[in-house]
Design a protein around this ligand. Structure first.
Ligand code: TA6
Length: 308
Protein backbone atom coordinates (compact mmCIF):
# COMPACT_ATOMS: atom_id res chain seq x y z
CA UNK A 1 0.00 0.00 0.00
CA UNK A 2 1.59 3.26 -1.08
CA UNK A 3 2.45 5.69 1.67
CA UNK A 4 0.19 8.22 0.01
CA UNK A 5 -2.91 6.03 0.38
CA UNK A 6 -5.66 8.08 1.94
CA UNK A 7 -7.78 6.68 4.74
CA UNK A 8 -10.68 6.20 2.37
CA UNK A 9 -8.61 4.26 -0.15
CA UNK A 10 -6.90 2.28 2.63
CA UNK A 11 -10.18 1.13 4.11
CA UNK A 12 -11.62 0.34 0.66
CA UNK A 13 -8.52 -1.67 -0.25
CA UNK A 14 -8.66 -3.63 3.01
CA UNK A 15 -12.18 -4.94 2.50
CA UNK A 16 -15.58 -3.71 1.36
CA UNK A 17 -17.64 -2.45 4.28
CA UNK A 18 -21.13 -3.85 4.92
CA UNK A 19 -24.27 -1.82 4.26
CA UNK A 20 -24.71 0.68 7.07
CA UNK A 21 -21.01 1.50 7.21
CA UNK A 22 -19.43 4.38 5.31
CA UNK A 23 -15.89 5.68 4.91
CA UNK A 24 -15.01 9.30 5.49
CA UNK A 25 -11.78 11.24 5.43
CA UNK A 26 -13.01 14.14 7.49
CA UNK A 27 -11.95 15.11 9.99
CA UNK A 28 -9.67 12.03 9.97
CA UNK A 29 -10.08 8.70 8.14
CA UNK A 30 -13.08 7.20 9.90
CA UNK A 31 -15.91 4.74 9.54
CA UNK A 32 -19.50 5.83 10.05
CA UNK A 33 -21.89 3.22 11.43
CA UNK A 34 -25.68 3.21 11.15
CA UNK A 35 -27.63 0.28 12.58
CA UNK A 36 -31.32 -0.17 13.43
CA UNK A 37 -30.45 0.68 17.05
CA UNK A 38 -27.72 3.33 16.91
CA UNK A 39 -25.41 5.56 14.93
CA UNK A 40 -21.72 6.01 15.57
CA UNK A 41 -18.27 6.61 14.16
CA UNK A 42 -14.78 5.20 14.69
CA UNK A 43 -11.50 6.87 13.73
CA UNK A 44 -8.86 4.63 12.10
CA UNK A 45 -6.31 6.54 14.17
CA UNK A 46 -6.31 4.87 17.56
CA UNK A 47 -9.23 2.56 16.63
CA UNK A 48 -10.90 5.44 18.43
CA UNK A 49 -14.66 5.16 18.96
CA UNK A 50 -15.65 8.81 18.59
CA UNK A 51 -19.44 8.76 18.61
CA UNK A 52 -22.12 6.38 19.80
CA UNK A 53 -25.78 7.40 19.88
CA UNK A 54 -28.44 4.77 20.60
CA UNK A 55 -31.68 5.70 18.81
CA UNK A 56 -33.53 5.77 22.15
CA UNK A 57 -31.14 8.02 24.08
CA UNK A 58 -29.09 10.16 21.70
CA UNK A 59 -25.32 10.74 22.03
CA UNK A 60 -23.67 9.06 25.03
CA UNK A 61 -20.03 9.99 24.38
CA UNK A 62 -18.58 13.50 24.71
CA UNK A 63 -16.22 15.06 22.19
CA UNK A 64 -14.61 18.42 22.88
CA UNK A 65 -15.69 21.23 20.56
CA UNK A 66 -11.96 22.09 20.46
CA UNK A 67 -10.76 18.55 19.74
CA UNK A 68 -7.82 18.56 17.34
CA UNK A 69 -8.23 16.15 14.42
CA UNK A 70 -4.65 16.05 13.20
CA UNK A 71 -2.70 12.89 12.24
CA UNK A 72 -0.65 11.79 15.24
CA UNK A 73 -2.43 14.14 17.68
CA UNK A 74 -4.63 12.79 20.49
CA UNK A 75 -8.34 13.46 20.07
CA UNK A 76 -10.16 14.77 23.15
CA UNK A 77 -13.32 12.73 23.56
CA UNK A 78 -14.97 9.43 22.66
CA UNK A 79 -13.02 6.37 23.81
CA UNK A 80 -9.24 6.87 23.49
CA UNK A 81 -7.35 3.57 23.82
CA UNK A 82 -4.52 4.01 26.33
CA UNK A 83 -1.83 1.36 25.59
CA UNK A 84 0.82 0.05 26.21
CA UNK A 85 1.03 2.43 29.17
CA UNK A 86 -1.32 4.74 31.09
CA UNK A 87 -0.44 8.37 31.79
CA UNK A 88 3.35 8.48 32.11
CA UNK A 89 3.54 4.72 32.70
CA UNK A 90 4.41 2.71 35.80
CA UNK A 91 7.89 4.27 35.97
CA UNK A 92 6.45 7.76 35.45
CA UNK A 93 8.73 8.54 32.51
CA UNK A 94 6.93 7.22 29.42
CA UNK A 95 5.88 9.52 26.60
CA UNK A 96 3.56 10.28 24.92
CA UNK A 97 0.97 10.37 27.69
CA UNK A 98 -1.26 7.26 27.61
CA UNK A 99 0.94 5.36 25.14
CA UNK A 100 1.33 5.18 21.35
CA UNK A 101 -1.89 3.31 20.47
CA UNK A 102 -4.26 6.28 20.44
CA UNK A 103 -2.22 8.27 17.92
CA UNK A 104 -1.25 5.36 15.64
CA UNK A 105 -3.32 4.20 12.66
CA UNK A 106 -4.67 0.70 13.33
CA UNK A 107 -5.50 -1.72 10.50
CA UNK A 108 -9.14 -2.65 9.96
CA UNK A 109 -9.15 -6.46 9.63
CA UNK A 110 -12.83 -7.31 9.99
CA UNK A 111 -16.18 -5.55 9.57
CA UNK A 112 -19.80 -6.72 9.57
CA UNK A 113 -23.34 -6.28 10.83
CA UNK A 114 -24.01 -9.58 12.65
CA UNK A 115 -27.64 -9.52 13.89
CA UNK A 116 -27.75 -5.76 13.29
CA UNK A 117 -24.75 -5.04 15.50
CA UNK A 118 -22.12 -2.78 13.92
CA UNK A 119 -18.89 -4.79 14.25
CA UNK A 120 -15.34 -3.67 13.51
CA UNK A 121 -12.06 -5.38 14.43
CA UNK A 122 -8.82 -3.40 14.36
CA UNK A 123 -5.22 -4.62 14.73
CA UNK A 124 -2.10 -2.77 15.89
CA UNK A 125 1.33 -4.26 15.24
CA UNK A 126 4.91 -3.01 15.35
CA UNK A 127 4.69 -1.91 11.71
CA UNK A 128 1.80 0.40 12.61
CA UNK A 129 3.88 2.23 15.25
CA UNK A 130 7.22 2.12 13.40
CA UNK A 131 7.05 5.80 12.38
CA UNK A 132 5.68 6.95 15.72
CA UNK A 133 7.27 8.35 18.90
CA UNK A 134 8.22 4.91 20.36
CA UNK A 135 8.72 2.23 17.65
CA UNK A 136 9.78 -0.34 20.27
CA UNK A 137 6.59 -0.12 22.32
CA UNK A 138 5.43 -3.60 21.16
CA UNK A 139 8.34 -5.92 21.99
CA UNK A 140 8.83 -9.27 20.31
CA UNK A 141 6.09 -8.85 17.78
CA UNK A 142 3.35 -8.24 20.33
CA UNK A 143 0.04 -7.07 18.87
CA UNK A 144 -3.21 -5.50 20.02
CA UNK A 145 -6.75 -5.95 18.72
CA UNK A 146 -9.79 -3.78 19.41
CA UNK A 147 -13.19 -5.27 18.71
CA UNK A 148 -16.07 -2.76 18.50
CA UNK A 149 -19.71 -3.86 18.83
CA UNK A 150 -22.26 -1.05 18.43
CA UNK A 151 -26.01 -1.45 18.93
CA UNK A 152 -28.15 -0.15 21.82
CA UNK A 153 -25.13 -1.14 23.89
CA UNK A 154 -21.48 -0.40 23.17
CA UNK A 155 -19.08 -3.29 23.66
CA UNK A 156 -15.30 -2.92 23.31
CA UNK A 157 -12.86 -5.81 23.71
CA UNK A 158 -9.17 -4.94 23.89
CA UNK A 159 -7.04 -8.04 23.33
CA UNK A 160 -3.26 -7.98 23.69
CA UNK A 161 -1.09 -10.83 22.39
CA UNK A 162 2.52 -11.25 23.47
CA UNK A 163 4.97 -12.19 20.73
CA UNK A 164 8.25 -13.93 21.41
CA UNK A 165 9.11 -11.93 24.55
CA UNK A 166 7.53 -11.41 27.97
CA UNK A 167 5.39 -8.27 27.72
CA UNK A 168 4.20 -6.07 30.60
CA UNK A 169 1.72 -3.33 29.72
CA UNK A 170 -0.96 -1.04 31.12
CA UNK A 171 -4.24 -0.41 29.31
CA UNK A 172 -7.36 1.71 29.62
CA UNK A 173 -10.44 2.58 27.62
CA UNK A 174 -10.46 6.28 28.52
CA UNK A 175 -14.17 6.87 27.93
CA UNK A 176 -15.56 10.43 27.93
CA UNK A 177 -19.27 10.33 28.87
CA UNK A 178 -21.60 13.25 28.14
CA UNK A 179 -23.50 14.54 31.18
CA UNK A 180 -26.09 17.29 31.61
CA UNK A 181 -24.37 19.06 34.53
CA UNK A 182 -21.51 17.35 36.35
CA UNK A 183 -22.32 19.22 39.56
CA UNK A 184 -25.54 17.19 39.72
CA UNK A 185 -24.09 13.84 38.64
CA UNK A 186 -23.03 10.97 40.91
CA UNK A 187 -21.10 7.81 40.12
CA UNK A 188 -22.36 4.76 41.97
CA UNK A 189 -20.68 1.41 42.51
CA UNK A 190 -17.40 2.58 44.05
CA UNK A 191 -18.51 3.03 47.67
CA UNK A 192 -16.06 1.58 50.22
CA UNK A 193 -13.35 0.96 47.62
CA UNK A 194 -9.76 2.13 47.94
CA UNK A 195 -8.46 4.63 45.41
CA UNK A 196 -5.29 6.55 44.61
CA UNK A 197 -5.85 10.28 44.32
CA UNK A 198 -3.62 11.72 41.60
CA UNK A 199 -4.41 15.26 42.79
CA UNK A 200 -2.70 14.33 46.08
CA UNK A 201 0.37 12.58 44.70
CA UNK A 202 -1.46 9.24 44.50
CA UNK A 203 -2.31 9.26 48.21
CA UNK A 204 -4.57 6.31 49.12
CA UNK A 205 -8.14 6.92 50.31
CA UNK A 206 -11.38 4.96 50.71
CA UNK A 207 -14.48 6.07 48.83
CA UNK A 208 -17.32 7.14 51.12
CA UNK A 209 -20.62 6.84 49.28
CA UNK A 210 -21.16 7.82 45.65
CA UNK A 211 -18.55 9.85 43.79
CA UNK A 212 -19.66 13.48 43.38
CA UNK A 213 -17.87 16.36 41.72
CA UNK A 214 -16.82 19.69 43.15
CA UNK A 215 -13.47 20.54 41.59
CA UNK A 216 -10.85 18.30 39.96
CA UNK A 217 -11.32 14.55 40.44
CA UNK A 218 -8.56 12.23 39.23
CA UNK A 219 -8.75 8.84 40.98
CA UNK A 220 -7.71 5.27 40.27
CA UNK A 221 -10.11 2.88 42.04
CA UNK A 222 -9.49 -0.76 42.93
CA UNK A 223 -12.59 -1.90 41.11
CA UNK A 224 -13.55 -4.78 38.87
CA UNK A 225 -17.34 -4.45 38.84
CA UNK A 226 -19.96 -2.11 37.41
CA UNK A 227 -20.08 1.65 37.78
CA UNK A 228 -23.20 3.73 37.14
CA UNK A 229 -23.26 7.38 36.08
CA UNK A 230 -26.53 8.82 37.41
CA UNK A 231 -27.52 11.95 35.50
CA UNK A 232 -30.67 13.69 36.77
CA UNK A 233 -30.59 16.44 34.16
CA UNK A 234 -30.43 14.07 31.19
CA UNK A 235 -32.70 11.72 33.19
CA UNK A 236 -30.55 8.67 32.48
CA UNK A 237 -28.17 6.23 34.09
CA UNK A 238 -25.18 5.02 32.09
CA UNK A 239 -23.90 1.65 33.30
CA UNK A 240 -20.27 0.70 32.62
CA UNK A 241 -19.81 -3.06 33.04
CA UNK A 242 -16.48 -4.78 32.46
CA UNK A 243 -14.48 -7.99 32.52
CA UNK A 244 -10.79 -8.58 33.28
CA UNK A 245 -10.29 -5.01 34.50
CA UNK A 246 -9.06 -4.25 38.02
CA UNK A 247 -8.84 -0.45 37.72
CA UNK A 248 -11.58 2.13 37.25
CA UNK A 249 -10.29 5.65 36.68
CA UNK A 250 -12.63 8.59 37.33
CA UNK A 251 -11.53 11.94 35.95
CA UNK A 252 -12.76 15.42 35.42
CA UNK A 253 -10.47 18.47 35.47
CA UNK A 254 -12.90 20.78 37.24
CA UNK A 255 -13.32 24.44 36.31
CA UNK A 256 -9.84 25.63 37.36
CA UNK A 257 -7.76 22.98 35.59
CA UNK A 258 -10.01 23.01 32.50
CA UNK A 259 -8.71 26.50 31.68
CA UNK A 260 -5.22 24.99 31.28
CA UNK A 261 -6.32 22.29 28.83
CA UNK A 262 -6.05 23.78 25.33
CA UNK A 263 -8.55 21.46 23.63
CA UNK A 264 -11.33 21.89 26.20
CA UNK A 265 -13.56 24.98 26.24
CA UNK A 266 -13.25 26.61 29.67
CA UNK A 267 -16.92 26.06 30.50
CA UNK A 268 -17.13 22.60 28.93
CA UNK A 269 -15.74 20.76 31.98
CA UNK A 270 -19.24 20.32 33.46
CA UNK A 271 -20.45 18.50 30.35
CA UNK A 272 -18.43 15.30 30.71
CA UNK A 273 -17.00 12.74 33.07
CA UNK A 274 -14.42 10.07 32.31
CA UNK A 275 -15.13 6.64 33.81
CA UNK A 276 -12.33 4.51 32.44
CA UNK A 277 -11.98 0.73 32.25
CA UNK A 278 -8.38 -0.31 32.74
CA UNK A 279 -5.52 -2.24 34.25
CA UNK A 280 -2.98 0.31 35.47
CA UNK A 281 -0.09 0.72 37.96
CA UNK A 282 0.06 -2.41 40.17
CA UNK A 283 -2.56 -4.01 37.93
CA UNK A 284 -0.37 -3.81 34.83
CA UNK A 285 -0.62 -7.10 32.91
CA UNK A 286 2.39 -9.37 32.26
CA UNK A 287 2.10 -11.93 29.46
CA UNK A 288 4.54 -14.70 28.70
CA UNK A 289 5.41 -15.41 25.04
CA UNK A 290 2.33 -16.50 23.13
CA UNK A 291 -0.15 -15.58 25.91
CA UNK A 292 -3.00 -13.16 25.38
CA UNK A 293 -5.37 -11.09 27.56
CA UNK A 294 -8.75 -9.54 26.75
CA UNK A 295 -10.30 -6.66 28.69
CA UNK A 296 -13.99 -5.97 27.99
CA UNK A 297 -16.19 -2.92 28.53
CA UNK A 298 -19.96 -2.93 27.95
CA UNK A 299 -21.91 0.33 28.19
CA UNK A 300 -25.67 0.67 28.27
CA UNK A 301 -28.05 3.53 28.99
CA UNK A 302 -31.33 3.46 30.94
CA UNK A 303 -33.69 6.42 30.77
CA UNK A 304 -35.55 7.35 33.93
CA UNK A 305 -37.90 10.22 33.07
CA UNK A 306 -38.66 11.99 36.32
CA UNK A 307 -39.88 15.32 37.55
CA UNK A 308 -36.65 17.27 37.41
O1 TA6 B 1 -7.62 9.66 32.97
C1 TA6 B 1 -7.03 10.50 33.88
C2 TA6 B 1 -5.82 11.19 33.28
O2 TA6 B 1 -4.67 10.41 33.43
C3 TA6 B 1 -5.70 12.55 33.94
O3 TA6 B 1 -4.62 12.58 34.82
C4 TA6 B 1 -5.58 13.52 32.78
O4 TA6 B 1 -4.23 13.68 32.42
C5 TA6 B 1 -6.38 12.78 31.71
O5 TA6 B 1 -5.98 11.43 31.87
C6 TA6 B 1 -6.23 13.35 30.32
O6 TA6 B 1 -5.12 12.81 29.72
P1 TA6 B 1 -4.78 13.30 28.22
O7 TA6 B 1 -3.44 12.74 27.90
O8 TA6 B 1 -5.88 12.75 27.35
O9 TA6 B 1 -4.83 14.81 28.27
Amino acid sequence: MSSTTTGREAVRRERPLPDGMTVSDHPLPSIGIETPQCTGSVLRQGAHVLEWAPASTGPVLWVSSKAEFQPGHEVRGGVPVCFPWFGAGVDGHRTPSHGVARTSTWQLIESGMPEGVGHLLFQLTSSDIADGPDPDALPGGAAAYLSVGMADTLRLDLTVQAGTEEFTFEEALHTYFSVGDLKRVSVEGLDGLDYLDKTEGYAQHTQDGDVTFDGEVDRIYEHSGRARIVDPLLQRTVTVAKRNSASTIVWNPGSDKATSIPDVEDAAWSGFVCVETGNVREHAITLQPGESHTMTMVVDVALHPQAD
